[in-house]
Design a protein around this ligand. Structure first.
Ligand code: IMP
Length: 432
């Protein structure tokens, strides 16, 4: 039965966790298919006593918070095992049952030498740095492609693990010592580190591709949850200022073992404005008090790194691009409430690149670096919209803004977020 992908349609941090969580009670399995603990979902869940609990997840799929859901870490993910157990222990301490978690035997492991290499490479690059999260993501995916990676299944055979670590370090230590003037990593130390949690990990590990396809055969609903986002995808993003994995709907298939024809629905998450962390081009970026307004009101600070996010207006060119690349069937527009109080709201409808209008993403990287947004202005609203639960309850100007954005973004806007809590949501078209 349905396999549904949720992807970020901008540069990440669009509020995917909330959308996943919204569907969580109706889906049977939630799969993280790419990335690692570079991601950050914040999920706020209202409690029966009226208070709310906030959860910040980095590695675990946000479906872990829904009791009836089986969370799955797919083969496309890179796993930092210490972080995995820190996160599991943190949730267990707050009463969240994590015992159903399944992890692919083929997922790759982030070894400490790759965390070291990530950080040292960024320092070495200086002004050419990418602004990575420093979690070892890029070097671990590079090892996967170079076929010198360590996989989860390797942790259950010490002999094989030692042979693989020895092979990897033959190359890595040359780079660490000769290029970066760092200490060489010791095989025994790395093997011991990687084996620390092996026995705790063992019961969670399986062939997740087989498990998920059988689940679909049985009529279960599978939700595939992307880390990062379309414009950070290694193929379709603003390369080289991207992450090292496939964050688009096609990546949902390679990263989980579910074939493309089994994917029924692709939900794209877009913020009512745009944010980005790290380096790289961002045509609608704001450097004035409007940007500060978005950052402060929208609490735009990284869940993973705490870094202030760069903020800008909604960019319909990238939304259209994301709709096309992913085959978006429904958009979820998040954080509409953050725009409340602005007199007028600009939206980027196209770019001007050296005097030439571009309605679609420029092909050439340097053209994108020079893109100047062509803005259209929509009247704002002052009413508090955080209690609105139907589209009709929104002020007329907020409705017009949503309708205008929908027209130019390449797919319908089915859900609107009007506040951080799970309940602060307007559903125009049911997602399931
Ligand atoms: P990496 O994924 O740590 O290699 O970082 C590569 C780029 O992706 C950097 O610009 C990061 O800031 C960005 N990035 C990685 N993960 C996220 C995320 O979850 N949200 C937003 N940006 C991210």
């Amino acid at each position: 039965m349905p396999a549904i992908a949720i992807i970020g349609a901008q540069w990440g941090d669009e509020g995917k966790g909330k959308a996943t969580d919204l569907l969580g009670s109706r889906v049977d399995h939630v799969v993280k298919f790419n990335g690692g603990n570079n991601a950050g979902h914040t999920v706020v869940i209202g409690q029966p006593d009226g208070t709310s609990e906030k959860y910040a997840l980095h590695l675990l799929p946000s479906g872990i918070l829904s009791p009836n859901c089986t969370p799955v870490i797919g083969n496309g993910v890179v796993v930092d095992i210490d972080v995995l157990f820190e996160e599991i222990d943190g949730l267990e301490a707050r009463g969240v049952d994590t015992s159903k978690l399944k992890i692919s035997a083929n997922a790759h492991v982030i070894a400490s030498y790759n965390r070291a290499l990530d950080k040292v490479t960024e320092r070495f690059l200086g002004s050419r740095r990418l602004g990575t999260t420093g979690r070892g993501i890029g070097p671990t995916y590079a090892d996967k492609m170079n076929r010198i990676g360590i996989r989860i299944q390797d942790l259950f055979d010490e002999k094989i693990l030692t042979a693989k670590v020895t092979g990897a370090l033959e190359l890595k230590n040359q780079v660490l010592t000769k290029v970066y003037n760092r200490r060489a990593a010791e095989v025994e130390e790395i093997v011991a580190e990687l084996l620390t949690h092996a026995e705790r990990l063992r019961p969670m590990v399986c062939d997740t591709g087989l498990y998920l396809n059988q689940a679909l055969d049985n009529g279960d609903i599978v939700l595939l949850e992307a880390g990062q986002a379309t414009l950070l995808d290694v193929d379709h993003g603003t390369y080289p200022f991207v992450t090292s994995s496939s964050a688009t709907s096609a990546g949902a298939c390679t990263g989980s073992g579910i074939p493309p024809m089994r994917l029924d629905q692709v939900i794209g998450i877009v913020k009512a404005y745009t944010t980005r962390v790290g380096e790289g081009p961002f045509p609608t970026e704001l450097f004035d008090e409007s940007g500060e307004h978005l950052r402060t009101v929208g609490a735009e600070f990284g869940t993973t790194t705490g870094r202030p996010r760069r903020c800008g207006w909604y960019d319909a060119v990238i939304a259209r691009y994301a709709a096309r690349v992913n085959g978006v069937t429904d958009f979820v527009l998040t954080k509409l409430d953050v725009l409340t109080g602005l007199e007028q709201i600009p939206v980027c409808v196209a770019y001007d690149v050296k005097g030439v209008r571009h309605d679609e993403m420029p092909v050439n990287q340097s053209d994108f670096h020079h893109a100047v947004p062509i803005l259209e202005y929509f009247p704002g609203w002052t009413e508090d919209i955080s209690e609105c639960r139907t589209f009709d309850e929104l002020p007329a100007n907020a409705r017009s803004y949503v309708e205008a954005v929908e027209k130019i973004s390449g797919s319908r806007i089915s859900v609107i977020g009007v506040g951080p809590s799970r309940a602060a949501t307007i559903v125009r078209h049911e997602l399931l």
